[in-house]
Design a protein around this ligand. Sequence first.
Ligand code: AMP
Ligand code: ZN
Length: 136
Amino acid sequence: MDCIFCKIIAGEIPSFKVYEDENVLAFLDITQGTKGHTLIIPKKHIKNVYDLDEETAANLFKVVPKIANALKKSFNPIGINIVNNNDKPLQQVFHYHIHLIPRYENDGMKLSTINNYGKFSNDYFNNLSDLIKKSI
Ligand code: AMP
Ligand code: ZN
């Protein structure tokens, strides 16, 4: 399969591994958006969150606090963003991965949500939550 992350798992291309178990691998993101930027991936090839089964999700996410705490201890960031891109144009590598991005004062990254507090009615919120609940 022509998947760069499967090749990393198989050891066919190099990576800077920080953690590995039976189901999961964590390694440094090659771009190092900030110091310590790490990716956590399942060893099973799964395209993105829409295809993620519950068992793989559980195995994967239980590693997240472990790595987050290691990054905190190693680099003393002011915080950590946890990001996962799904589908084009956001997603570039189609093997599911979670980004752990330690944040530092003046690191130049803008990763924040827009605050729309107070702009929408209760009806609007009720419609949104009804729609989501019906789709679960
Ligand atoms: P995205 O799919 O948009 O979440 O981005 C994919 C991420 O994978 C980017 O941050 C890349 O820097 C990273 N990446 C791609 N190839 C490698 C590689 N060989 N080793 C480490 N990180 C990689
Ligand atoms: Zn893969």
